[in-house]
Design a protein around this ligand. Structure first.
Ligand code: 3PG
Ligand code: MN
Ligand code: MN
Length: 550
């Protein structure tokens, strides 16, 4: 239960938190590639001149990543907003577990190893193949390979999901070539190791929130059944696929299988072990279910090998997905939703499919269930199934229509919404589309704010991390956009290290609250701010709020 705030009785109407996913504020970076500055955003511009606002740190240590070189992402951003404090996140926890060796002493690892030794079978590693550190890190994969060899595993196969989304757009060979050298060094008479299959992460395996199971089916066909075009090795596959699909970035490259004399080198067979080495859960859940569930209807698996499966982390503790995992996930407790539910505050969470789990599962500390069925309403608007540069408006209008109905219903005291546009379109690397995406979000704001006023409510307008604010790769030293050999700008598909806006909107707040001057504010300060606006004191375990009360 939350206690009443000592001086502030709370706003009269509803409080709405608007997460403009992937809309950060770049400083000094050249205008050319900044879709947030390029976009025509009369509403945001008005807010940034008339409403109390500040910038929040949304990357690195401020969101529980291993270092300040790590960009923010949706998981750690929404975790921080919803939990009110910083937890060491998957990336950091796996590093620690590898350093201490704890990962290799755990039951899941021992089980995986015992199985392949007992049956003289194959150990498979499958996951996102880069150092992006959002879903996975290649160093974790290498550490496990070294350990497997030490433990006398005889045969290892690696299934690589090409990134180009958390790292530069066409960087697959920068990871594959050194990795092949590493495999050459590891390989020996008693240690047979090869890459067996792969493909772009947005083309196979890593769907999320059940937006498009066909992606996972293609991944299953590729990794398990060995059913995709054959190549001699992964470098040849990437080169060959790029030649066949000019202009397609790594994330969208189609699947491939490595074969010798017309036979795939590493189908997943009975008695094998499979480690899915992503630590982040949203895009790991569906493939884990495909490997683990006996009753499964999302697609026809054709053949279901009898294997030992383990995830890097447990991706959903309520649903126990997967059953076995190498590292304990962060124990995120005392979230805002839980406190509000126990205090009797009715809440709404709404977004489109691509970000639905962000405002529910991530926001609630990676829990998929509700704290109180009666008090909480979750609404998912189905996302389009097209490349988002073709529909940069995505489902913002439909979300806004429904959100306005829900606001006016008077049923919810606290509401949260995520607009996916700045992020999902930002990841395409298409500046024109990203500019439209930001304008789309601005248009949504212009529709919502008058409704908030009419209800005597307030809104917090913020973001989880940057993305659309840098659509060209920048030269790290000069800050200038990088160019390709032909003079064109190098598109950037990943998130940024930039801070995000925090805007407090409320025509009826009447100077009752102002922004306090707290040092280095970040996303974890939002939860306390939220409950304060609702008229409650923040729990002591949370980071402080951003408000001063007059
Ligand atoms: O999964 C993705 O799409 C990217 O790796 C990260 O984007 P998100 O953190 O905004 O979801
Ligand atoms: Mn995001
Ligand atoms: Mn993103």
């Amino acid at each position: 239960m939350l206690n009443k705030h000592p001086v502030f009785p709370g706003i009269n109407g509803p409080l709405l938190t608007i997460v403009m996913d992937g809309i950060g504020i770049g400083s000094g970076s050249a205008l050319e590639g900044n879709a947030v500055r390029k976009a025509w955003t009369p509403t945001l511009d008005f807010l940034l001149t008339h409403s109390p606002h500040t910038l929040l740190k949304a990357h690195g240590l401020a969101v529980g990543m291993p270092s300040d070189d790590d960009m923010g992402n949706s998981e750690v951003g929404h975790n921080a907003m919803g939990a009110g404090r910083i937890y060491h996140q998957g990336a950091a926890l796996v590093n620690e577990a590898i350093q201490s060796g704890g990962i290799f002493r755990g039951d899941a690892w021992l089980r995986v190893i015992r199985n392949v030794r007992e049956h003289d079978s194959t150990l498979h590693f499958l996951g996102l193949f880069s150092d992006g550190n959002v879903h996975a890190h290649i160093d974790h994969l290498k550490a496990m390979i070294v350990q497997a060899r030490q433990q006398d595993v005889g045969r290892v196969r690696v299934h690589v999901l090409l990134d180009g989304r958390d790292v530069p757009e066409t960087s697959a060979l920068d990871y594959l070539q050194p990795f092949e050298t590493f495999l050459d060094e590891m390989r020996g008479e008693n240690f047979d190791i090869r890459i067996a299959s792969g493909g772009g992460r947005m083309s196979i395996t890593m769907d999320r929130y059940e937006a498009d199971w066909a992606m996972v089916e293609r991944g299953w066909q590729t990794h398990v059944l060995g059913n995709a075009p054959y190549f001699d090795n992964a470098v040849a596959a990437v080169n060959g696929l790029r030649a066949q699909h000019p202009g397609v970035g790594d994330q969208d490259l189609p699947p491939f299988v490595i074969a010798d004399a017309g036979e795939p080198v590493g189908r997943i067979e009975d008695h094998d072990s499979v480690v899915f080495f992503n630590f982040r859960g949203d895009r790991a859940m569906e493939i884990s279910r495909a490997f683990e569930e006996s009753e499964f209807s999302a697609f026809d698996r054709v053949h279901v090998p009898d294997i030992v499966y383990a995830g890097m982390l447990q991706y959903d503790g309520d649903l126990h997905i997967p059953k076995h995992f190498l590292v304990d996930p962060p124990a995120i407790r005392n979230t805002m939703s839980e406190f509000l539910a126990h205090t009797g505050v009715a809440q709404l969470a709404i977004s489109e499919t691509q970000k639905f789990g962000h405002v529910t599962y991530f926001w609630n500390g990676n829990r998929s269930g509700k704290f109180d069925e009666k008090l909480e309403t979750y609404i998912e608007i189905p996302s389009d199934l097209v490349p988002f540069q073709q529909r940069p408006w995505m489902k913002s209008a439909e979300i806004t229509d429904e959100l306005i109905v829900q606001l006016q219903s008077g049923r919810h005291r606290f509401l949260r919404v995520n607009y996916a546009n700045g992020d999902m379109v930002g990841h395409t690397g298409n500046l024109q589309a990203a500019t439209l995406a930001v304008e789309t979000v601005d248009l949504a704001l212009s529709r919502i704010l008058p409704v908030i006023d009419a209800l005597q409510g307030a809104a917090i307008i913020t973001a989880d991390h940057g993305n659309a604010d840098e659509m060209y790769e920048l030269n790290r030293k000069t800050g200038e956009p990088q160019k390709n050999a032909d003079g064109s700008f190098k598109p950037k598909t990943s998130h940024t290290l930039n801070p995000v806006p925090f805007i407090l909107y409320g025509n009826t707040l009447n100077n009752a609250v102002t922004l306090a001057d707290i040092p280095a504010p970040g996303l974890s300060n939002i939860a306390s701010t939220t409950v304060n606006l609702l008229g409650y004191e923040a729990p002591e375990c949370w980071d402080t709020g951003l408000l001063a009360f007059n």
